[in-house]
Design a protein around this ligand. Structure first.
Ligand code: CAO
Length: 482
């Protein structure tokens, strides 16, 4: 029966040659020419790569962020081409403008390095005229991003319901310290998030204090999470036509980055974590994941070893992993070929209780070389190692300058300074890093060109004091010198 059906089906397509050719080939060619991806996408651009606009061209962001977490997010969106309008309090602006100031009276590096490619408008959101302007911004923009303390936006009168009524397409994106729950009303800074998100309890040495990390995983990490939420909401809006709320709690963002530690917490129920150094040292495990020092999170034994010059250079160290697949190459490189076959060293389980001795032997070798020599010699054999690079070395690294990951930016009152450029590289949306705006630098431009207030209305807004006093700058925004 099945054979009969198959033959029948086969017979259907097998028409006489002369009749079959036309209907089969022609329609297929037509479809390919019209919709190459079959998803209603526009025609494939023929412009050169990087010359057909930016990824987020046309997206307008009402940037109500301050300090670090929110500004990290909106800076990324600006780098991808969104028009980011930063609303700041007249007179003072984002508090970081004046924090950790290295040059008196000049916007701090804290501010300038987190607010590239944005425009600044000063607005007292608590005044009647200020709210009038804000509401016009809400109607005009696609996304409002904020990281005020819990309830601050509502207290201003910008509840989700009000915003949604003004502009049902608007996406409202927020960073808060905690999600709904017992701590939702708390104000939160970087280190609070690192502690509350599981990072501090798992960072440091098992017999030492919990430690916070130098990487700003609470602030910048959460800003990154929020940016992804916003871009996803923009994508969904294309289908639904409506905006939505996007919330990223700093505690959640940090916990997400500590995912492997929650993995280990559950493994602990089934026995000790034998890749942790403390296992080899015979130190018992408690109820919670301990601090693992410099152990590798991937389960491969790893430590930081001294390199040539360690006596005087605090960064003359290298991270070394005794990865199982390259163990034999490591033995050859350090001059210990007998370990390749010796029953105490040949296989990972046999090595576990001897890791201290093994790393001491590897360190005898690394101490004879600079960290860069170790890097080169190991990588020649596909042995992954991590030189401990100082901020000075990173700032001076030519390849990072070349890719725009480290950029030199010119600023009208500060002069030239270094910044971290966009770490996410899109081949058809090339980032050009522009300097941060002065406080209220674009107030007039935004009132006139973006919000289309009449000269009379602008005079009224200004007379009310809602915008404060904006600085005058000659020339347009300077481009970064990469
Ligand atoms: N015009 C008038 N008022 C303005 C204004 C403007 N343009 N911009 C802000 N304000 C007001 C707010 O409305 C708020 O007023 P109320 O408290 O009366 O409602 C006030 O300024 C202060 O805002 P805030 O509470 O957010 O600021 P803060 O310095 O007290 O707290 C921070 C800072 C970061 C702890 C808090 O904003 C917060 O917890 N944010 C969420 C978590 C977060 O992002 N933390 C990361 C910070 S980076 O380390």
């Amino acid at each position: 029966m099945a054979k009969k059906k198959a033959l029948k089906a086969k017979g259907k397509t097998k028409a006489p040659k002369s009749k079959a050719r036309k209907p089969v080939t022609r329609p297929v060619l037509k479809v390919v020419a019209k919709k190459p991806n079959g998803g209603g996408l526009p025609k494939v651009s023929s412009k050169p790569w990087g010359k057909d606009g930016k990824a987020l061209d046309g997206v307008k962001i009402l940037d109500f962020t301050h300090v670090q977490s929110g500004p990290t997010c909106t800076q990324l969106l600006a780098w991808f081409g969104a028009d980011v309008i930063k609303v700041e309090r007249p007179g003072s602006g984002d508090i970081t403008r004046g924090q950790l100031q290295d040059v008196p009276g000049v916007d701090s590096l804290y501010f300038t390095m987190l607010n590239h490619n944005k425009r600044s408008i000063t607005l007292d959101s608590k005044s009647k005229q200020g709210m009038k302007v804000l509401e016009r911004l809400v109607k005009t923009c696609d996304v409002l991003v904020e990281n005020f303390a819990p309830g601050a936006l509502d207290r201003m009168g910008l509840t989700w319901e009000h915003i949604h009524a003004l502009n049902p397409r608007m996406i409202v994106a927020s960073v808060k310290g905690f999600g709904p729950g017992p701590y939702e009303d708390c104000k939160v800074y970087e280190n609070v998030a690192q502690c509350a998100g599981g990072s501090a309890s798992t960072t440091g040495f098992h017999d030492g204090l919990p430690l916070v990390t130098g990487a700003q995983i609470g602030d910048s990490g959460t800003g990154l999470h929020l940016a992804l939420g916003i871009v996803s909401a923009l994508y969904q809006r294309k289908r639904t036509g409506r905006g939505q709320r996007v919330l990223t709690a700093m505690q959640d963002g940090v916990l997400n980055l500590c995912r492997v530690k929650l993995r280990d917490q559950q493994r602990l129920a089934h026995g000790p974590l034998n890749e942790y150094t403390q296992f080899g040292q015979g130190i018992p495990f408690g109820e919670a994941v301990p601090r693992a020092g410099n152990d590798s999170g991937g389960g491969q034994p790893g430590v930081i070893l001294k390199c040539k010059g360690w006596e005087t250079d605090p960064n003359a160290y290298i991270y070394f992993i005794t990865q199982a697949p390259v163990w034999e190459k490591i033995c050859d490189l350090i001059g210990q070929p007998d370990w390749k076959t010796h029953p105490d060293y040949a296989k990972p389980p046999a090595r576990l209780p001897r890791l201290k001795e093994i790393f001491e032997r590897i360190e005898q070798w690394t101490k004879t070389k600079t960290k860069f020599e170790v890097m080169n010699e190991c990588n020649a054999f596909d042995i992954p190692v991590g030189p401990i690079l100082s901020m000075k070395e990173l700032a001076e690294e030519p390849s990072l300058r070349h890719t725009g990951t480290v950029v030199e930016v010119d600023h009208p009152t500060r002069g030239k300074y270094l910044s971290v450029g966009n770490p996410i590289k899109l081949s058809d949306s090339i980032t050009e890093v522009e300097r941060s705006p002065l406080l209220g630098e674009h107030t007039d431009e935004i009132l006139t060109k973006v919000l289309k207030f009449t000269p009379r209305e602008i005079a009224e807004i200004k007379a009310s004091g809602a915008t404060g006093h904006a600085p005058q700058v000659s020339g347009s925004r300077a481009q970064a010198a990469e």
